[in-house]
Design a protein around this ligand. Structure first.
Ligand code: PHE
Length: 445
């Protein structure tokens, strides 16, 4: 079988496309807002650089050396206990689980692109009503757009690494960057820009508790797409003789700068035209549309462009969330790409409908357990447990299981004198940090 590989640029854009997602533009600004800005941003940056960057290199290495689906990579690379290590590859399931709610959120964004053409809410109150009406009673609207997201994502997956994933990222990623940079440039001309900079970068340590710390670490993982095999699966199709460290650098750099650019832009708009750095997940769906309304006609244009950029970010991440399991069925069971993509697509689509219904009045009572409905449980379980666990497994696997000479042979020339520092951090600092995060996120610490 002919193996399709990414071009160099294709790989960087696809992996950055995976990393840059709803996490950067929807989640990062609101959690940064919740924890008071500056101090949280600094902790997040620190974690991204120390832990994120080293696990990114490790995850890439597994895929790059293994050249297969995640399960086979783990199995082939483990010198002993192959049956046990093989389980590491099933982290790919986390991606499918994330898709259960991710696709529903992309559906909301599609809906907002369309409605922003005609309508923007004239106050935060009105925006709240609009959003809540969609969320709690807009079952057909949500279903329609969730279906659209499913069709788009599955279609791209059926086209494969080159003709689907690479091609989509080569178009969507530059477009997204241009839109965000354009809006960012406009934001820099407004008076409130300096307030946004101050909010994002001057630390207020009083808002920082262990919770903020753990959230920052968890988010660093989520935003860099680490711990579930997305980066690993893409790396299996990386061009030969690629420089992993350089690639990892670019991905981390693009992901972080896009989160910061998006955050600065949103906070500028919210200070200038809205209610300040609003809190909570409703930030881009509630406070932001109301701020766009205040801008007049340019607000409509910005709203449409913004939601298009957000949709692009979400779609490029989605394909990377599903691809690990698609690859698994292709490599291990010789399924055709069409069959594998359709089955995985249907999996998240159908269960996604339950997630969607769990927000709807009349259904939500049955679909709520404890303090969370099904939608929130899936989000919580994947982000707080599965991804950090996956990160831990990968760090231990590269740090202790794969023979050091194999790791060295590839990474020493690329990392130079930093190799030992990286290896040390992977073996000792990262696993301990991950372990603490998992325990505290689960409420044990
Ligand atoms: N990194 C993506 C985001 O920021 C989400 C994601 C997580 C994608 C894990 C792939 C794997 O939204």
């Amino acid at each position: 079988m002919k193996i399709a590989r990414f071009s160099r640029m294709g790989f960087i854009l696809a992996a950055a496309g995976s990393a840059v997602g709803l996490g950067n533009i929807w989640k990062f600004p609101y959690i940064a807002g919740e924890y008071g800005g500056g101090a949280f941003v600094l902790i997040y940056l620190f974690t991204v650089l120390i832990i994120g960057f080293s696990i990114m290199i490790a995850e890439m290495l597994i895929g790059y050396l293994g050249r297969k689906d995640g399960v086979t990579c783990f199995e082939d690379l483990a010198p002993t206990h192959k049956h046990l290590w093989k389980l590491g590859g099933f982290q790919g399931l986390a991606g499918l689980f994330i898709m259960i709610f991710y696709s529903v959120v992309i559906g909301w964004i599609f809906n907002y692109i369309v409605t922003s053409i005609f309508y923007l809410p004239s106050s935060v109150k009105e925006a709240e009503i609009t959003f809540n009406t969609m969320l709690h009673s807009g079952v057909w609207t949500q279903l329609f757009y969730h279906t659209l997201a499913f069709i788009w994502i599955t279609y791209v997956l059926t086209k494969g690494i080159k003709g689907g994933i690479e091609k989509m990222n080569m178009i969507l990623m530059p477009t997204l960057m241009i839109i965000l940079l354009g809006m960012f440039a406009y934001a820099t001309t407004l008076d409130s820009f300096s307030r946004a900079v101050e909010f994002m970068f001057s630390p207020d340590w009083s808002k920082i508790d262990s919770n903020a710390f753990v959230t920052a670490v968890g988010h660093a993982f989520f935003t860099l797409s680490l711990g579930m095999g997305a980066i690993m699966t893409y790396s299996a199709s990386m061009a030969k003789n690629s420089n992993l460290v350089k690639n990892a650098f670019w991905i981390v750099f693009l992901d972080t700068s896009i989160a910061i650019v998006a955050g600065l832009m949103l906070f500028t708009f919210l200070y200038q035209y809205g209610s300040g750095p609003a809190k909570g997940p409703g930030l881009v769906f509630i406070s932001l549309p109301a701020a766009f309304f205040e801008m007049g006609i340019i607000g409509n244009i910005f709203a449409i462009l913004f939601f298009i950029a957000l949709a692009f970010a979400g779609l490029t991440s989605s394909v990377s969330l599903v691809e690990p399991m698609v690859q698994y069925f292709i490599d291990r069971y010789s399924w055709s790409r069409l069959k594998a993509s359709m089955s995985m697509g249907l999996f998240f689509y159908l269960i996604g409908i339950i997630a969607l219904l769990s927000n709807i009045d009349g259904f939500k009572e049955t679909l709520t357990w404890g303090d969370k409905n099904f939608f929130d449980w899936v989000d919580h379980f994947t982000a707080t447990f599965m991804l950090p666990l996956g990160g831990l497994v990968m760090a231990v696997f590269v740090g202790f299981v794969i023979e050091k000479q194999r790791v060295e042979a590839i990474l020493k020339p690329q990392l130079g004198f930093a190799f030992e520092a990286w290896y040390f951090s992977l073996r000792y600092i990262t696993p301990v940090a991950m372990f603490i995060v998992i325990l505290s996120l689960m409420g044990i610490l």
